[in-house]
Design a protein around this ligand. Structure first.
Ligand code: AMP
Length: 212
């Protein structure tokens, strides 16, 4: 199984697809957002920056990522939320070369901005396992209202899941992350999935991963 990079605007379903691929194929999910949120519990400065929706500096991100990669060995993994910029992608290429690892396949989730905005304000997450739910999409409702299916803990809204912060995160995405689409397309590594139906996305991604 090849490693997977997921590129998508905020709230396009990176976390949900990662979880599906992890549960179905035994991948390990590496979310830089989750790693940074964990660090931010003990780092108020980091927490403040994350609240604004701005990107965190490369040094902090690579420190967190490298620590996880070193522990992984040869287990295939899904990168969720990384790389976020072409600079990070170039640095990551170098890191992989040094570690003797293969980049794998890049999946781009192409979702319309207005749809994303609706998702952000109806998204709930588990404070422990970070599983993501929606109060508006039937296939993503928790089994019991307001509770995580796995941990039974009360679901919460992420601090950056407001319309105002979404606009900032989306602009950051457009300016800094979307150039990655060309970067990986030109290397022949990118596959685009344009559906906004979760099951359709799971199906397409499964067949990609199986063929990878
Ligand atoms: P996410 O959970 O992927 O939406 O990320 C939440 C926040 O974490 C982002 O708005 C950034 O502040 C930070 N973040 C996550 N991944 C990265 C990254 N690769 N580079 C810089 N900042 C990141």
């Amino acid at each position: 199984m090849k490693n997977v990079i997921l590129i998508a605007p905020p709230a396009a379903g990176k976390g949900t697809l990662s979880k599906y691929l992890t549960d179905t194929f035994g991948y390990v999910q590496l979310s830089t957002g989750d790693m940074l949120r964990e660090r931010a519990e003990e780092d108020t400065k980091l927490k403040e920056i994350m609240k604004t929706g701005k990107l965190i500096d490369d040094k902090t991100v690579f420190e967190a990522l490298e620590a996880k990669l070193n522990k992984l060995g040869d287990t295939p993994y899904i990168l969720d939320g990384f790389p976020r910029t072409v600079t990070q992608a170039v640095m990551y290429d170098e890191l992989l070369q040094n570690m003797g690892k293969d980049l794998g396949v890049v999946i781009y989730l192409d979702v319309d901005k207005e749809e994303l905005k609706k998702r952000v304000v109806t998204r709930l997450v588990c404070p422990k396992c970070r599983a993501s739910y929606s109060t508006r999409n039937e296939s993503l409702l928790p089994k019991k209202e307001g509770l995580c299916d796995n941990c039974r803990l009360e679901l919460i809204q992420r601090e950056d899941d407001t319309e105002e912060v979404f606009d900032k995160r989306y602009n950051e995405y457009l300016e800094k992350t979307s150039p990655l689409i060309d970067y990986y397309e030109s290397k022949g590594l990118l596959v685009r999935i344009s559906s906004s139906d979760a099951n359709e996305i799971f199906k397409e991604a499964s067949s990609l991963v199986r063929n990878a």
